[in-house]
Ligand binder design. Structure first.
Ligand SMILES: Nc1ncnc2c1ncn2[C@@H]1O[C@H](COP(=O)(O)OP(=O)(O)OP(=O)(O)O)[C@@H](O)[C@H]1O
Length: 242
């Protein structure tokens, strides 16, 4: 059963590659319009779960619902408009910031009007003069902002963020956290954010999912990371499971 308060729902989802059972019986949902963090040790299956959400991979069994409709009922363009993804090390193509920004549309044989390009730069806090610059000359923080702006080109209702601040200094990290908070508030975008930083998870996320060894161990409000009851979560929070 999905409700209209759920952005994404997993029902008994398994994902296996050869004999490797990477995701095990995942059932749960990400609330619409909220920020949920996804935490867990390395290799827990977090990135794989994201790849299932944006159709890059398909479950071996089980069902994924996006806004109440099965993921298979979306065509690829429609799915991209619903679910955008930004990664830790954003890949840039050679050329200007503008060329990189409009890449999602170029791939669809469309162009991004100058007005929209300037608006997107404004949303992520970059001056419109950046559009003419070479993307190679951007700092790490600016590159991540461009990557977020590029994901926003399709105006996704759900934004998946995979470790987008882990290679940034503290100031740039806080800048991005603020930006994502604003996007969530202003557009009602559902945010799902993979982070290794528990402090960050507590600051930015209203809800959290804890994954371990391919399983969903715990879900709830972020407070559960402050006062975990589950022993596995306790060990993870204490840093005993990396
Ligand atoms: N195509 C694949 N073939 C074999 N193993 C895979 C494949 N994709 C993922 N895995 C394995 O599945 C497990 C989960 O990987 P995943 O990248 O989803 O974890 P993660 O929680 O995102 O880890 P990290 O925090 O280090 O990024 C890992 O052990 C990984 O090696």
């Amino acid at each position: 059963m999905t409700t209209n308060l759920e952005a994404i729902r997993f029902e008994q989802v398994h994902y296996t590659v050869d004999s490797l059972h990477i995701l095990k019986n995942i059932t749960g949902s990400f609330p619409k319009g909220e920020i949920t963090t996804l935490v867990g040790p390395s290799g827990a299956g977090k990135t794989t779960l994201f790849r299932l959400c944006n159709g890059l991979k398909s479950p071996s069994s089980g069902e994924i619902y996006i806004h109440g409709k099965t993921i298979n009922s979306y065509d690829p363009a429609e799915l991209r408009q619903n679910v955008g993804i930004a990664l830790q090390n954003a890949t840039m193509i050679n050329g200007s910031v503008r060329k990189n920004l409009e890449l999602p549309l170029t791939l669809q044989g469309k162009a991004l009007p100058q007005k929209d390009a300037e608006e997107l730069m404004h949303v992520v806090g970059l001056d419109k003069d950046f559009l003419k610059r070479n993307s190679k000359d951007l700092s790490g923080g600016q590159r991540q902002k461009l990557s977020i702006a590029r994901t926003l080109v399709n105006r996704p209702k759900i934004l998946l963020l995979d470790e987008i601040t882990s290679s940034l200094d503290r100031v740039s990290q806080q800048d991005i956290e603020k930006l994502i908070g604003q996007i969530n508030q202003e557009y009602g975008t559902t945010i799902i954010w993979i982070t290794h930083n528990l402090e960050q998870a507590l600051t930015i996320g209203k809800y959290t999912w804890v994954m371990m060894n391919g399983e969903l161990i715990e879900t709830g409000t972020s407070d559960l990371l402050r006062n975990p009851e589950n022993d596995k979560v306790k060990r993870f929070v204490k840093g005993e499971v990396e």
